[in-house]
Design a protein around this ligand. Structure first.
Ligand code: ATP
Ligand code: MG
Length: 406
C-alpha cells in the first residue's frame, strides 16, 4: 500500500486539529498528488463522508470557523487558526450540462473518486498518510500519465473545462505524449468550450501558462484547434517558450500574466479582446494593454542614464515587463538583460524638487500655466539625469517662466 511520508502540512497543528474534529476525513486531490511526487503543496483539500450539516456541527463544536463557501456542492471552508481548508462532502454528480453539476452526497469513497477528472487527482490519504487509490492514480501519476477517470468523451461532455484541465495537468505533471484517447476526445468536443465562463477559462489557462515549460502543450492545443477556442490567432508561442526558458535558467518565478503577454501579438485590441473573453480584472487588463501598446526602444545595451529615464517615465513594473519580452526576443544578451533588471530592482524614484509653489513664487499666476511650467522644467530635469543642483534648477525655472509668461 502506498503511504505518504510525514509532510509538514500534515503534521501542522491546524491540520491535526481539523482532522481530529472531523474524525472521518481524508486529504484529497492536489495535496496528495504533489506530496507523492515530492512537489510543493499549496492548499490542502479534505473530503469527508459527513454531510455538510454534520461538518458544520463538528467544526463549530471544536471552535473552528465554518464558512459555507460552496455549500450547493457540499463545500465548507474551515478556518483553523487563520488557515483555510476546503472540506467537501463525498458526492456524485447526477446532472451535468457541460458547465455545472447537480450533486447528491454519498458515503462511498469510490463514487467520489469517479466524479473527479483525472486518476492522479482522485487520490486520498488519511491522517496517518495511508493512501486510498481506487482508480489506479498512483501508477498513472508515477508514469506521468494524465488519464481521465472513465471515458474521456463522457467526462468532457459533463464539464468542458476538463479539456483545458487536460492540457494544464499535462503541462505540470505529464511526461511524454498526451494520452491519445484524451487528446482525441478533447479535439472532438472542443466546441463545448464556448459554453464556459471567462473566469473559469482564465483560471485554467493562467495556471497552464505558469507551468515550467508550457510551449509544447500549447502547440498541441493549437494543432488540435483547441487553442483557437480560447485565444485569437497570431500567437507567438516561440516568444513564450523563450520567456519560460529564461525563467528556468534564472530561477525566476513564472508570472502567468507576463507569459500571456509574451504569447499575444503586439496589438492592444487583441489584449482587450482576450481580457473581455477571460473576464480579467481591470489591473490585469491594463497591464496587458500597456505591454501590447508599448513603443519604447528597449535594448540590452541601454545606458544607465537611459534606464533611469525609462524607469522614471514608466515605473519599475512596466519597465520590467517590457524588458522581459525584449529579453525573450533577444535571449543571447542574457548578461546585459540581467544587469538592466538589477538596475530596475535597485532603483528608487528620485523626487522632482520643485512644486507649484516654487513656480508661483517665480511669478506665474495661479492657473493651468503653473502645471505647464512645472512640466517643462521636469522634462529638462529628467534630461539632466535628475540633477540635484538647485542652482541650475532655479535658473531653468526662471528661463521657462520668462518664455511662457512674458
Ligand atoms: P492545483 O495544485 O493546481 O490546485 P488541484 O488538483 O488541487 O491542483 P484544483 O483545480 O484545485 O486542482 O481542484 C481540486 C480537485 O478537485 C482536483 O484534484 C480534482 O480532484 C477535483 N476537480 C476540480 N475541478 C474539477 C473538474 N472540473 N472536474 C472534475 N474534478 C475536478
Ligand atoms: Mg487546488
Amino acid at each position: 500500500m502506498t503511504r505518504l511520508d510525514s509532510q509538514p502540512w500534515m503534521s501542522a497543528p491546524q491540520t491535526q486539529k481539523l482532522m481530529a474534529a472531523l474524525g472521518e476525513a481524508r486529504f484529497v486531490g492536489g495535496a496528495v498528488r504533489n506530496a507523492l511526487l515530492g512537489k510543493p503543496v499549496v492548499d490542502v483539500d479534505i473530503a469527508t463522508p459527513l454531510t455538510p450539516d454534520k461538518v458544520q456541527q463538528k467544526l463549530t463544536a471544536a471552535g473552528i470557523r465554518a464558512v459555507p463557501t460552496g455549500i450547493d456542492h457540499g463545500t465548507i471552508t474551515a478556518v483553523v487558526d487563520g488557515k483555510p481548508f476546503e472540506v467537501t462532502t463525498l458526492r456524485r454528480d447526477v446532472e451535468t450540462d457541460g458547465r455545472h453539476a447537480v450533486v447528491t452526497f454519498t458515503t462511498d469513497w469510490a463514487e467520489d473518486a469517479r466524479r473527479r477528472d483525472f486518476t492522479m487527482n482522485a487520490l486520498y490519504a488519511d491522517a496517518s498518510g495511508a493512501v486510498l487509490d481506487v482508480v489506479g492514480g498512483v501508477e498513472d501519476m508515477k508514469a506521468g500519465r494524465v488519464r481521465f477517470v472513465g471515458d474521456a468523451a463522457t467526462r468532457i461532455r459533463e464539464d468542458y473545462l476538463r479539456i483545458l484541465r487536460l492540457f494544464r495537468f499535462h503541462a505540470w505533471y505529464g511526461r511524454g505524449e498526451i494520452d491519445a484517447a484524451a487528446l482525441q476526445a478533447a479535439a472532438a468536443e472542443k466546441a463545448g468550450i464556448a459554453k464556459l465562463s471567462g473566469e473559469r477559462i482564465a483560471k485554467e489557462m493562467l495556471r497552464l501558462l505558469e507551468a515550467a515549460a508550457p510551449a509544447s502543450v500549447l502547440r498541441q492545443m493549437a494543432a488540435s484547434g483547441i487553442l483557437a477556442e480560447v485565444l485569437p490567432d497570431l500567437l507567438d508561442i516561440a516568444r513564450l517558450e523563450r520567456l519560460a526558458e529564461i525563467d528556468a535558467a534564472n530561477f525566476f518565478t513564472p508570472d502567468a500574466v507576463l507569459r500571456l503577454a509574451a504569447l499575444l501579438p503586439h496589438d492592444t485590441r487583441v489584449a482587450a479582446q482576450v481580457s473581455d473573453r477571460w473576464k480579467l480584472s481591470n489591473a490585469v487588463r491594463e497591464r496587458l494593454e500597456d505591454i501590447a501598446g508599448s513603443t519604447e526602444k528597449i535594448v540590452s545595451y541601454l545606458s544607465i542614464r537611459e534606464v533611469r529615464k525609462l524607469l522614471y517615465r514608466l515605473g519599475p513594473q512596466p519597465f520590467k515587463d517590457r524588458l522581459f519580452l525584449k529579453w525573450a526576443e533577444d535571449p543571447r544578451a542574457a548578461m546585459q538583460w540581467r544587469a538592466l533588471l538589477a538596475m530596475a530592482d535597485a532603483w528608487t524614484r528620485p523626487r522632482f524638487p520643485l512644486t507649484g509653489r516654487d513656480v508661483k513664487q517665480a511669478g506665474v499666476p495661479e492657473g493651468p500655466l503653473v502645471g505647464q511650467v512645472l512640466g517643462e522644467v521636469e522634462a529638462w530635469w529628467i534630461d539632466s539625469d535628475f540633477t540635484d543642483d538647485e542652482f541650475s534648477l532655479a535658473e531653468r525655472l526662471k528661463a521657462v517662466v520668462q518664455a511662457v509668461v512674458y
